[in-house]
Design a protein. Structure first.
Lengths: 428, 234
């Protein structure tokens, strides 16, 4: 904005300056020419009274020499008898004859100059006066005046540019502060506020942004209270149940309670998640998280005597629209599932591949496989209620769905189950 | 055993917890409100307070601040919220430890033991450095050394090692580890414990097949025990 405002102002000012300076420059040249011509005409006219009073060549030569033009050696007087006094520069007979006929005229001379011819009639005789005006005399002072005009023009354009830049800076400062505050808010700093500037529209936008931030604060506080209340209301009776189950010493009851507690925790965590997966949502590099989590679980695989391999097809980052923590939790759920449902020593393979605009993480194992893939994705489904809450793959499913992807369970080429998590690739 | 003040507004929880802690050998007094709890802290001077945050008269956080104003008694906060910011705020406000609802009596007992150990309790100051063979676990500095070499452990790995070291040579079940280290009875599956144990084994320079310090007792749990003197041992 600042640069554009500066360019517009400089262009407009330059146009105005040109519109005024060009005619002014022409006027200056015209004035200089008129001044030179009128000075010469005055000198030529001053000889008329002298010619009326005397025809003495010496007196007349003295009169010619006393004029400004004559003292410069540019004034010539031809007497009726053809005597030439003053400037000895030759003249062509035609011009002289024309002047003797009583016509005053001027003609262009070599080097851009001007020769003025004026007849002076005294009785029945005619004398002729010539004044030579060289080009330098006709344009005397013009260059200096034009230089001054050009400097004034440049100064005007520069001043306009400076003022426009200062105005633009104040405008952009406000707009930049506004954008910076919006980014800080989006990054998660709830205290960010912007001071409204002097520009009415931007000041209004700043006040609106501050009100929005206040509203976000209120909503966050209300949400915290709501989640705290939800946690308290759900977990307090669960505590009583847990203590009762502990006193009863029934392991099945305890296991059922574990699953109930896990489900309640998941409900509370879901309540804390944002409703929309927008641009603000954290991103993660799927390739990096897959490598990290596969390596993490690899330690247990080595201890359990499981052969495992990791194949990460794409080079570089594979960004997806999901927080690193949620992504790691989804992958952990899949790994946990493999370790839970296959015996020690069972091999597995982790593959990350790309297909169009989607990335897929596939975990294949050589275990007994899955009889009912659909049931495995159902919340709370577990084949071993004492050791598993049955929420693992449900957590993975929800995470992929939040990121815009999905989960598929099938049979792997290793003979066991195959769990594939797909994610749309985010822009890098 | 310790004198424990249980502050909990839910009658059922209060009664069962008091009964459980009494059965575990503690002397228990149970109160249902913040005001009564403050009076009990001053009059009764318990060894430890188990404080629920959702009290009917005064907010539990305010009760915590008031207790801190009159006493240095260890306070274990029982909270229904498990978000990190809330936990950090409670610890900063003066809580010595916390337990997330729903909890088991065994968890509360473990926390009571832990805070009493840290504070000295009835048995004098607890050692902050636990030595098991060539393995030294310094709970105050949160560092561990094996044969003089510092171990590079993550937070959970250290907590796991410290928990097993404190209870050595007892066998600790995975459920107990989930409760003590992950702070929730269901804090993850058993495999969560197993994978962290695998990393701990790696860092201790051993494997599940050839254990030295970490021994898995199949179907029961894990115990940390220094290797006995072998034929070549000094």
């Amino acid at each position: 904005v600042r640069r554009r405002l500066l360019a517009i102002t400089v262009a407009a000012t330059a146009l105005v300056v040109v519109a005024f300076v060009v005619p002014l420059a022409g006027l200056v040249r015209s004035v200089a020419r008129d001044r030179a011509v009128s000075g010469a005409e005055r000198d030529m006219g001053s000889l008329a009274p002298v010619l009326a009073s005397t025809d003495d060549p010496a007196t007349l030569a003295g009169s010619v020499a006393t004029t400004s033009t004559g003292s410069d050696g540019r004034l010539t007087l031809w007497l009726p008898d053809g005597t030439q006094l003053g400037d000895a520069t030759p003249v062509d007979d035609a011009a002289l004859a024309l002047a003797r006929q009583g016509r005053a005229f001027s003609r262009t001379a070599d080097g851009g100059g001007l020769d003025l011819f004026t007849p002076i009639v005294s009785g029945d005789t005619t004398s002729v006066v010539r004044a030579r005006l060289p080009g330098s005399l006709l344009t005397r002072g013009v260059t200096r005046s034009w230089t001054a005009l050009a400097l004034v023009g440049v100064a005007l354009v520069a001043a306009a540019g400076l003022i426009a830049d200062r105005l633009g800076r104040s405008l952009t400062r406000e707009a930049t502060a506004l954008a910076s505050t919006a980014r800080t808010l989006a990054a998660g700093d709830p205290d960010a506020r912007v001071a409204p500037g002097t520009t009415p529209e931007l000041g209004d936008a700043a006040r609106a942004l501050n009100r929005l931030a206040d509203r976000i604060d209120e909503l966050r506080a209300a949400e915290r209270e709501r989640v705290a209340d939800l946690s308290h209301r759900l977990r307090t009776p669960l505590t009583a149940l847990r203590l009762d189950a502990e006193a009863a010493g029934d392991p099945d009851l305890g296991a059922d309670l574990d699953r109930l507690e896990a489900a309640v925790t998941e409900v509370i965590r879901e309540a804390q998640r944002p409703l929309h997966a927008g641009a603000v949502r954290a991103r993660a590099d799927l390739a990096a998280v897959v490598r990290e989590r596969a390596g993490f679980w690899g330690a247990l695989a080595d201890d359990d005597g499981r052969a495992w391999e990791l194949e990460v097809g794409p080079e570089g980052e594979v960004p997806v629209v999901l927080g690193e923590g949620e992504l790691a939790a989804a992958l952990d759920a899949v790994f946990d599932n493999v370790f839970h449902h296959t015996p020690d020593g069972t091999a597995y393979r982790v593959r990350l591949g790309l297909a169009g605009d989607r990335a897929e993480v596939r975990v294949d194992d050589a275990g007994p496989g899955v009889a009912d893939p659909g049931a495995m994705l159902a919340r709370g489904h577990t084949s071993d209620r004492r050791r598993s809450t049955g929420l693992g793959l449900d957590i993975a499913r929800r995470a992929t769905e939040v990121a815009g992807g999905g989960i598929r369970i099938g049979r792997s080429d290793l003979g066991g189950a195959s769990v594939a998590l797909t994610f749309p690739r985010a822009e890098a | 055993m310790a004198s424990v003040l249980v502050v909990e507004d839910d009658q059922r929880i209060r009664e069962v917890l008091a009964r459980g802690l009494t059965a575990a050998g503690h002397v228990v007094r149970a109160e249902s409100s913040g005001g009564a709890a403050l009076a009990a802290v001053v009059d009764w001077q318990p060894d430890v307070v188990v404080l629920d945050l959702g009290l009917p008269d005064i907010d539990g956080r305010d009760v915590l601040g008031m207790v801190r104003g009159v006493s240095q008694v260890p306070v274990i906060v029982a909270t229904a919220r498990d978000d990190e910011a809330q936990i950090v705020a409670l610890l900063d406000a003066g809580a010595d430890d916390y337990v997330v609802k729903p909890y088991a009596t065994s968890q509360i007992e473990a926390r009571i033991r832990a805070v009493l150990r840290r504070g000295g309790g009835n048995d004098g100051p607890a050692p902050t450095e636990l030595q098991l063979g060539h393995l030294v676990v310094d709970t105050a500095r949160r560092s561990a050394r094996l044969e003089g070499q510092d171990l590079d452990l993550t937070r959970l790995e250290f907590d796991l090692l410290a928990c097993l070291a404190r209870r050595s040579p007892e066998v600790v079940t995975r459920r107990e580890l989930l409760a003590e280290v992950w702070r929730q009875p269901y804090g993850g599956s058993d495999k969560t414990v197993d994978v962290h144990l695998s990393w701990l084994r790696r860092k201790l320079g051993e494997t599940a097949a050839a254990p030295r310090y970490l021994h898995t007792i199949r179907g029961v749990g894990i115990k940390l025990e220094p290797p006995g003197p072998g034929p070549g041992a000094p």
